[in-house]
Design a protein around this ligand. Structure first.
Ligand code: DQA
Length: 145
């Protein structure tokens, strides 16, 4: 099983961004924890981060065919990224949407996600551990489908 773990704009700055919202770990540290979890679960993962919507669409087009599922934190693209939404839909893969912060308890414009209705589920407000829960659930979901 191979899963794609994608992070959108500004998530390369985790650890330096508002820590009260996003925690103190850098993206590389979160990816290290995900690598350890993936090893335990015996699954392959591939990471991608970009600050550019089109680059994420390119990545999806190049990698979806040989993958089984997607975990994505689209960053601010969550709220308006229609070409990202289309790329995710076209992948035809099961998707788990992850946010470090609780987007439903923040500014009103963050309450809306253009990818939540095409995702199996959404994990919000659980910090970096949300990615770990997403990995475990997505493996279970694919295994039992
Ligand atoms: C975020 C929430 C988004 O609203 C914000 O633009 C981000 C991070 C989160 O993980 O909580 O960049 O996706």
């Amino acid at each position: 099983m191979k899963l794609l773990i994608i992070n959108g704009p500004n998530l390369n700055l985790l650890g330096k961004r508002d820590r009260s919202l996003y925690g103190s770990l850098g993206l590389d540290e979160i990816e290290n924890k995900l690598n350890s979890e993936a090893e335990k679960l015996k699954i392959n993962i591939e990471f991608f981060q970009s600050n550019h919507e089109g680059n994420i669409v390119d990545f999806l087009q190049s990698n979806s065919l040989n993958s089984d599922g997607i975990i994505i934190n689209p960053g601010a693209l969550t709220h308006y990224g229609i070409s990202l939404r289309d790329g995710l839909l076209d992948s035809k893969l099961p998707i788990i949407e992850v946010h470090l912060s609780n987007i439903h308890s923040r500014e009103e414009f963050r309450n809306r996600s253009v990818v939540s209705d095409i995702s199996v589920g959404q994990i919000v407000g659980l910090g970096w551990q949300g990615y770990i829960y997403a990995l475990n659930f997505l493996k279970y979901y694919i295994d039992t489908k």
